[in-house]
Design a binder for this molecule. Structure first.
Ligand SMILES: Cc1ncc(COP(=O)(O)O)c(C=O)c1O
Length: 432
């Protein structure tokens, strides 16, 4: 049986359908809970595991190529060789060996860093929360790309900022828009920071051009705005060109990294590379959050990157992602109506689709679920939940054959709506 509606789906398990339960603790919660919302993509995780649903919603990396015997050896070596440190509390900044590893790895992105410039976090997601904690007072303005990573919106929203978005096009953030926004905001509402994902962005898959990268750091320096650069997808590129990170252009940039898409998200290992003042504040904020990250995971990460051919493993998975991306792009060309448009990423895990404005993809998801396919509706990627006619498709997890079926199913649902729309327009009931 296929799920009836998305609303049913997200309410199952949270609330009995036979009786409505009121929350007796409603008056005890903080105001900030009102601005926090659940991620539609996380809510769809349950559906993603059903065999009758093809999921294009979550950005889970395909870890099936991982050499599990070598990962097992990395785990057992971690205990055998450094068990007493691995199982003990560690320093808030993370192990110096892990921080040195980060410095070695980010050389590939032209970043020069020393272990004292780095703090290890529980994934890049914790880094985003710490950034929010350190920078945002309620009502402070922050800048994000439109659209942006919904997990960042979730993390920042907890600190009750005024989130202002800056438009993007097929070459990434539009620098003129950024400058116009900064002018308009003026000194009174000067943004605390700009959050950006310049390489193979989540959700659009778009990358900022080299020329715009230079302009971006110049504009932010001129207006004295901190840049938060999030780079989880930088290594998943389908051509040989490695674009310069913003951090490599300006050492004041706060850089976020993660092993989630290069090794394994289950280890929850990420990092922040930042100027000393900011790093000291992040250390303070992190002490209250978790005292320290998991030393065991850090030792395992060290073993994996030092002892296995991880670059070889990446060389195996990247062509798999590229094949899937091509499959989904071919299917879009084949089945989608001419009124739709989409991005053509050179890396990363996502494609962004734009439909005519009368189609609401929150509603479309209900029908798509009934037809056995999920995607991530566009509204979640905008602070105000607008731009409801777009959506994100993740091509990383399903086989090409399934991707073709999924896109066909979606196209059927969209074409049905378009046929209806065209009929109304023809009958003069709706304007074109
Ligand atoms: C842009 C972006 N930043 C951060 C994260 C969080 O990654 P992590 O698994 O390292 O917490 C993700 C996860 O998908 C992401 O897409």
């Amino acid at each position: 049986m296929i799920y009836k509606t998305y609303q049913n789906l997200i309410s199952w398990g949270k609330m009995s359908t036979s009786k409505i339960q009121f929350d007796n603790f409603e008056s005890s919660y903080s105001n900030r809970m009102q601005s926090m919302r659940s991620s539609a993509v996380r809510d769809l995780f349950a559906a993603a595991s059903r065999s009758d649903i093809i999921s294009l919603s979550g950005g889970m990396p395909d870890i099936s190529v991982l050499p599990l015997d070598q990962v097992a050896k990395a785990a057992s070596d971690s205990i055998k060789e450094e068990g007493l440190q691995a199982l003990q509390y560690g320093s808030t900044n993370g192990r110096v060996q892990t921080r040195q590893l980060v410095c070695d790895l980010v050389k590939d992105f032209f970043i020069k860093a020393k272990p004292e410039d780095v703090i290890i976090t529980s994934g890049a997601q914790q880094a985003l929360d710490l950034i929010g904690k350190v920078f945002i007072n309620p009502g402070d303005t922050i800048l994000v790309e439109a659209p942006t990573y919904l997990g960042a919106l979730q993390a920042f929203s907890a600190y009750e900022p005024n989130i202002v978005s800056v438009e993007m096009d097929h070459s990434g953030l539009i620098i003129e828009e950024l400058e116009a926004t900064l002018e308009k905001l003026g000194r009174a509402s000067k943004p605390k920071f700009l959050y950006t994902i310049p390489s193979f962005q989540n959700p659009t898959g778009v990358s900022l051009t080299v020329e715009r990268r230079h302009k971006l750091v110049d504009v932010c320096a001129k207006y004295n705005v901190v840049i938060i650069e999030d780079n989880p997808y930088g290594r998943i590129h389908f051509n040989d060109e490695v674009l310069p990170t913003l951090k490599s252009l300006d050492n004041n940039v706060v850089y976020l990294g993660t092993v989630s898409k290069v090794f394994a998200p289950g280890l929850r290992c990420g990092c922040i590379i930042a100027p000393p003042g900011i790093l000291a504040k992040i250390n303070l904020a992190k002490q209250g959050g978790d005292l320290c990250g998991s030393a065991m995971c850090q030792v395992m990460v060290e073993h994996y990157f030092h002892d296995t051919d991880w670059r070889g493993t990446m060389k195996k998975i990247i062509p798999v992602y590229e094949e899937r991306k091509n499959a989904i792009l071919n299917a879009l060309d084949k089945y989608f109506p001419p009124e739709a448009s989409w991005t053509k990423p050179e890396g990363g895990l996502f494609i962004w689709v734009m439909l005519p404005s009368f189609i609401n993809t929150d509603e479309l998801l209900n029908v798509a679920l009934d037809n056995g396919v999920t995607f991530a509706p566009g509204s979640g990627f905008y602070p105000g939940g607008h731009a409801k006619s777009s959506f994100r498709m993740a091509f990383c997890f399903e086989e090409p054959k399934n991707l073709d079926i999924a896109v066909k199913r979606l196209a059927d649902v969209i074409n049905e709506r378009l046929d209806l729309y065209r009929a109304f327009v023809k009958a003069g009931v709706l304007k074109e």
